[in-house]
Design a protein around this ligand. Structure first.
Ligand SMILES: [Zn+2]
Length: 235
């Protein structure tokens, strides 16, 4: 098992960064005696199909060299429903699903869609772009802090706030970008993104708040439907 290094994607990782993760490759995951709507063999097949299509899509993009996706299951039974993308210490993409996330899906298309979305974050270089944006914004806040005569801890706080603002500025746009490319990856892998995106119907809607962490669900459904139409899919 490659050691996982968690890089900057603070919003995605906020719920997951505490403590050591106990993970298992999706291909080996077994559900145990618990009941799931999508059972282990189907989840393994989704991981294989999405991993393959995500790799192909990744290799089509100029400048993305790290395209070997590993899909893992977080075995912690208490971890909340979540899926996220990170990088291992060789810079290869890793997608982690919690058991609760797998359990919360009503069908294979939903899991495929979530996996396609996470894979798209990597293909689109979102982790690196977030780090860049955080750095730029931290530097600006640092300069402003200095102008205001800040030093030491105070200046540090300004830098941190700057980094946060830098990340927040992109979050909504990145989510919608990942929904769009995720729709294509899901479709290419043989799953239905329109059925998959029904998962949004059950998510609490973050609404249209300023600097909210995610776009409103309606906007996300909208971009999935538009992309699906371009792919020739009808509802
Ligand atoms: Zn996302």
């Amino acid at each position: 098992m490659r050691r996982l290094t968690f890089l900057v994607f603070p919003l995605m990782l906020a719920a997951c960064s505490a403590g050591a993760l106990r993970v298992q490759p999706a291909a080996e995951w077994s559900q145990g005696s618990e009941e799931f709507q999508v059972e282990a063999p189907a989840f393994q097949e989704i991981s294989r199909a999405i991993g393959k299509e995500a790799r192909a899509e990744c290799q089509r993009q100029a400048g993305v060299r790290n395209c070997d996706f590993t899909i893992l299951v977080d075995l912690n039974p208490r971890a909340p429903a979540n899926a996220f993308q990170t990088l291992d210490d060789e810079g290869q993409p890793v997608i982690i699903f919690t058991r609760a996330m797998i359990k919360s899906a009503q069908n294979a298309d939903e899991l495929a869609f979530v996996m396609g979305h996470e894979a798209a974050h990597h293909v689109l270089g979102h982790i690196a772009r977030q780090a860049e944006s955080a750095q730029e914004s931290a530097a600006i806040f640092n300069d402003l802090g200095k102008l205001n005569g800040e030093t030491g801890k105070e200046l540090e706080r300004s830098q941190k706030l700057g980094a946060e603002v830098g990340v927040q500025m992109n979050v909504k746009a990145f989510e919608l970008e990942a929904d769009q490319l995720g729709t294509i990856i899901t479709h290419n892998a043989g799953y239905d993104p329109l059925i998959g995106a029904k998962y949004f119907d059950r998510l609490p809607d973050p609404g249209d708040q300023f600097l909210g962490t995610h776009p409103p669900n309606a906007e996300r459904v909208d971009i999935v439907q538009k992309t699906a139409k371009q792919l020739g899919l009808t509802q």
